[in-house]
Design a protein around this ligand. Structure first.
Ligand code: HEM
Length: 455
C-alpha cells in the first residue's frame, strides 16, 4: 500500500535542518537517518525537500524516467557559473543531445590514450613536490598538490598538450566560481551589481570563454581529424554550437577537477592511516608499473586492470567519502519510491553518503576495508552495485566516472611507489563542503622520497 507522506521533522526543527543541510550536510544527513530513516522529508510549500539515501529507493530513483525530474529547477545555482546550455542544468531533448556529444568525446579509446600522460604528469608533480620545503611543523599540505595534479591532467586531456603550461591560469579562473557556489544561498541571489562577488565570478567566466573561443578558432583551422583532446573532438563532431561547446567545457572542468582532487586527498588519508595499505599499494605498483625510471608511454588498459588493490582503495574511499554528498533534482511529476510518493515540485536530494554507509548493505559500515570489494558472491556484488553510488546511476550518471576512476587509481599507485608519507594523527579529518566533500584542514603530511627507491 502506498502512503503519501514521508517521515521527517516538524515545526521549527525543520528550519535548523534546512539551514545546515546546505552548509555542512554530512552530520545532518546522519542525524536525519538516525531519527527518521534513510528516506525522509523536510520543509513545506515550495521549499519541500526529500532526502533519499536508502539503496533500494535509489535503485528505483535511478530507474525512473528522467522525464520525471528537472535539473533546471528553481534552486539551480549552477547555471550562473556553467552557463544555461550546460548539460548539467539541461532537461529533455536538449540534455540528450548535449550529453550524447560529450559522451562520444569520452570514448574508452580516448580515455585509454591518456594513461601514459596521467602517469607522466603524476611523476612531474612528485618531482616538484620533492623540491618543496615543508612548513614549520615539517608537513606539506597535499590537498593543493592533488588539485594541481588533477587540474594539469584535466587541462591536457581537454585542450591537448599545447595547453600543458596554462593549467594554473585556467585553474585560477575556477577558484572564485567554486568558492561562490559554496557560499550561503543569500549571497548567490541573482543581481547585476558591479564590484561584488557575483560580478567577479562573471568576469572569470568571461575570461574563460575568451580562452576557449580562441582555441575553438584555432581548432577550426586545424587538419587533425582524430584529436585526443576533448575540445578538439567536440569541435570536430559538429553537433553543438560554439556557445554550447563552451558551456560543456566549463562544466566538465568544473565538475571534474575539484571532485577528483578531493577524492585523491581522501584516498591519501585513508591509505596512509590504514595499517599496511600504503606499503601494499607500493608493492602492487612495483609489480605492475615496474621501476619508476621506466618510460610510461607503453602503459595502457592492461596496466590499469592489474592495479587491483589501488582500484579497491579508490572504491572504498569513495564509498565513505563521495565527492558529492547530496545531488539535487526536482520532481517534475509525483515520484513513486518503495511504496511512498514524493510529490511533484519537491527538491530531491539523493545521497551517496547515506547509501555508502547503509548498515544493511555494508557490515561495520564506518570501517575502512578495501577487501569488501574482493571475492564477492553474486549476492554481495548485487548489494554493492546498489549501495555504491558515488557517481550515480542511469541516464544522468556522472559522465566522467571512468576518467575519474582511472586518474585516482593511477595517481595513488604512483604516489605510493615514489613517496613515504606519514602523519601524526590516527584518524581522518572531518569532512567539509556542500558542493565538493573534502577533508577539513586539507591533507598535511610528512613527505619524503621513498626510502629504498628502486632504479
Ligand atoms: C571522483 C570524482 C567524481 C565524482 C564522485 C562525481 C560524481 C558525480 C555525481 C554524483 C553526479 C550527479 C549524478 C546525478 O545527479 O544523478 C555527477 C554528474 C556529472 N559529472 Fe561527475 N563526478 C566526478 C568526476 C567527474 C569528472 C572527472 C567529470 C568530467 C570530466 C564529471 C562530469 C560530470 C557531469 C558532466 C555530470 C552531469 C551529467 C548529466 O547531468 O548528464 N564528473 N558526477
Amino acid at each position: 500500500m502506498e502512503t503519501t507522506s514521508l517521515p521527517g521533522p516538524t515545526g521549527i526543527a525543520q528550519l535548523r535542518y534546512l539551514r545546515s543541510i546546505f552548509r555542512k550536510p554530512q552530520p545532518v544527513l546522519d542525524e536525519l537517518r538516525a531519527q527518521f530513516g534513510p528516506v525522509c522529508q523536510l520543509g513545506f510549500g515550495p521549499a519541500k525537500v526529500a532526502i533519499v539515501g536508502d539503496p533500494a529507493a535509489l535503485k528505483e530513483l535511478f530507474a525512473t524516467s528522467s522525464e520525471s525530474f528537472r535539473w533546471d529547477h528553481k534552486f539551480n545555482v549552477l547555471g550562473f557559473v556553467v552557463g544555461d546550455s550546460s548539460l548539467i542544468v539541461s532537461d529533455g531533448t536538449d540534455h540528450r543531445r548535449r550529453r550524447s556529444s560529450v559522451q562520444s568525446a569520452f570514448s574508452r579509446r580516448r580515455l585509454n590514450g591518456w594513461i601514459p600522460m596521467i602517469l607522466e604528469q603524476t611523476d612531474r608533480t612528485i618531482d616538484e613536490l620533492l623540491t618543496r620545503p615543508p612548513g614549520t611543523d615539517g608537513t606539506v599540505d597535499l590537498a593543493p598538490i592533488a588539485r594541481s595534479l588533477v587540474l594539469a591532467v584535466t587541462v591536457r586531456a581537454f585542450f591537448g598538450e599545447r595547453f600543458a603550461t596554462r593549467a594554473d591560469e585556467i585553474g585560477a579562473l575556477f577558484e572564485r566560481p567554486q568558492a561562490y557556489l559554496e557560499s550561503p544561498a543569500l549571497r548567490q541571489f541573482p543581481h547585476p551589481v558591479p564590484f561584488t562577488a557575483r560580478s567577479r565570478v562573471r568576469a572569470d567566466r568571461r575570461a574563460l570563454d575568451a580562452i576557449i573561443d580562441a582555441e575553438i578558432a584555432v581548432l577550426r583551422q586545424s587538419e587533425a581529424d582524430d584529436p585526443l583532446d576533448i575540445l578538439g573532438t567536440l569541435v570536430r563532431e559538429g553537433t553543438l554550437t560554439d556557445d554550447e561547446i563552451r558551456d560543456q567545457v566549463v562544466t566538465l572542468i568544473g565538475a571534474g577537477y575539484n571532485t577528483t582532487a578531493a577524492s585523491l586527498s581522501w584516498m591519501l588519508w585513508r591509505a596512509v592511516l590504514d595499517p599496511g595499505t600504503w606499503d601494499n599499494l607500493r608493492t602492487e605498483a612495483d609489480q605492475v608499473l615496474g621501476p619508476t625510471s621506466r618510460d610510461t608511454s607503453t602503459a595502457g588498459v592492461a596496466t590499469l586492470a592489474q592495479l587491483e588493490l589501488a582500484n579497491r582503495v579508490m572504491r572504498e574511499t569513495l564509498r565513505l567519502h563521495p565527492a558529492g554528498v547530496i545531488a539535487p533534482r526536482e520532481a517534475a511529476t509525483d515520484v513513486h519510491l518503495c511504496g511512498r510518493v514524493i510529490p511533484k515540485g519537491t527538491l530531491i536530494l539523493w545521497s551517496a553518503h547515506l547509501a555508502g554507509r547503509d548498515p544493511h548493505s555494508w557490515p561495520d559500515p564506518l570501517r575502512f576495508d578495501p577487501d569488501r570489494f574482493r571475492h564477492q558472491t553474486p549476492e554481495q556484488a548485487a548489494v554493492i552495485d546498489t549501495a555504491w553510488v558515488p557517481f550515480g546511476h542511469g541516464a544522468r550518471n556522472c559522465i566522467g566516472f571512468a576518467l575519474a576512476q582511472m586518474e585516482l587509481t593511477l595517481m595513488i599507485s604512483r604516489l605510493a611507489q615514489r613517496l613515504d608519507l606519514t602523519t601524526s594523527v590516527d584518524h581522518p579529518p572531518t569532512p567539509v563542503g556542500m558542493v565538493v566533500n573534502r577533508p577539513d584542514g586539507g591533507t598535511p603530511m610528512r613527505v619524503a622520497p621513498r626510502s629504498a627507491d628502486p632504479t
